[in-house]
Unconditional design. Structure first.
Length: 247
């Protein structure tokens, strides 16, 4: 009898040891492949977000992002961000910028492009990925991945923390959340994907953008539970218009 119990315990231990924790990198790779965003490694794109036109060009790490808008005096303002940094033009004339403004414009342009083409950017060199576990949102099971950033290459917001939820079946990225700490304030946000569609074989999504009803001392790691419990309020809708992708 003792021998049988010993064998059962060994078998149970063997099964437990053989059930490996899913690899965060492998999940992200599958999500990028499923979304078709791997095609953005060599591509150009254009879209409109909140009446501002954004452009994207990438060729194996060499990139050029641009933002085109018009001010109240009908001046054309164009910000171009590439591997060398950001340059602002007003009516095709280069404008000198103080360092703080240059950093703010850089972060703004980079942020819009980053969110527009997720999960493609999750394989950037500064990204640190950690598998947190499985999570249920609206009774659907997801792989939950935590993302932080190295200080080197992670930008001025490298201390921000992100979470991503990938469907365990098709690896779609249906939810994401993040913390931020900026001059204007700090807080957390939760985004729910909607209007998922393919543009030239790349999945493009819009998002419902939520914030906690009470942000004081809110724990970002449990924001999926708060969403399930109805403790988040809809803040805005993030929608991309007139999306074009070219190869």
């Amino acid at each position: 009898m003792i021998r049988k119990i010993h064998i059962v315990l060994l078998a149970t231990l063997f099964i437990a040891c053989s059930e490996k924790v899913p690899d965060a990198q492998a999940i992200v790779d599958q999500a990028i492949q499923a979304s078709g965003t791997e095609n953005l490694e060599k591509a150009s794109a254009r879209f409109v977000f909140r009446s501002v036109t954004y452009s994207y060009q990438m060729n194996e790490g060499s990139y050029k992002y641009s933002r085109l808008q018009t001010d109240s005096l009908q001046n054309e303002i164009k910000d171009i961000l590439n591997n060398e940094g950001l340059t602002r033009y007003i009516n095709d004339t280069v404008v000198a910028l103080e360092q703080k403004k240059k950093e703010a414009y850089t972060a703004s342009v980079n942020s819009v492009i980053y969110f527009a083409f997720l999960p493609f950017s999750l394989n950037d060199g500064a990204v640190i990925k950690e598998y947190v576990g499985k999570s249920k949102i609206r009774n659907q099971e997801y792989h939950k991945i935590k993302v932080t950033f190295n200080a080197e290459g992670g930008g001025e917001d490298f201390e921000d923390v992100f979470y991503y939820w990938f469907d365990v079946n098709d690896f779609s990225m249906d939810f994401l959340a993040y913390s931020y700490n900026e001059d204007e304030g700090k807080g957390v946000r939760f985004r729910e994907a909607l209007n998922s569609r393919k543009v030239n074989n790349v999945v493009i999504q819009d998002y419902n953008n939520y914030k906690p009803i009470n942000e004081d001392g809110f724990d970002l790691s449990t924001i999926d539970e708060a969403f399930n419990d109805g403790k988040l309020n809809l803040l805005s809708v993030i929608a991309l218009e007139d999306v074009e992708i070219m190869y």
